[in-house]
Write a new protein. Structure first.
Length: 95
């Protein structure tokens, strides 16, 4: 991924998140992270160097965490993968 735009979004509670196009620190062993909505300036981090499929999965997954922070990781990953598949089959996203 190259030259990704500076983006923010608000969850349903009106909490604004900044998307950071950078790999999380290695200690997290993750391709993306989402700060708690209780953070002063919450951020979603996504590694911009992932392949397109994984990039889309991680971006969707971290945005779901911003909405439902306490949801178990397994459920969030399943929903993210399903959303990606549907979007692609509808011609949205990865070409």
């Amino acid at each position: 991924m190259k030259d990704l735009p500076k983006l923010t979004f608000k969850n349903s509670k009106g909490i604004e998140y900044q998307i950071v196009w950078k790999a999380p620190a290695r200690r997290w062993k993750a391709n993306g992270l989402c700060d708690s909505p209780d953070s002063k300036e919450p951020e979603v981090w996504v590694d911009p160097n992932l392949n397109e499929k994984l990039f889309l999965d991680v971006l969707i997954e971290e945005m779901i965490h911003a909405e439902w922070f306490e949801k178990p990781e397994k459920e969030v990953r399943k929903l993210a993968a399903n959303l990606r598949r549907v979007l692609i089959k509808c011609g949205i996203g990865i070409k």
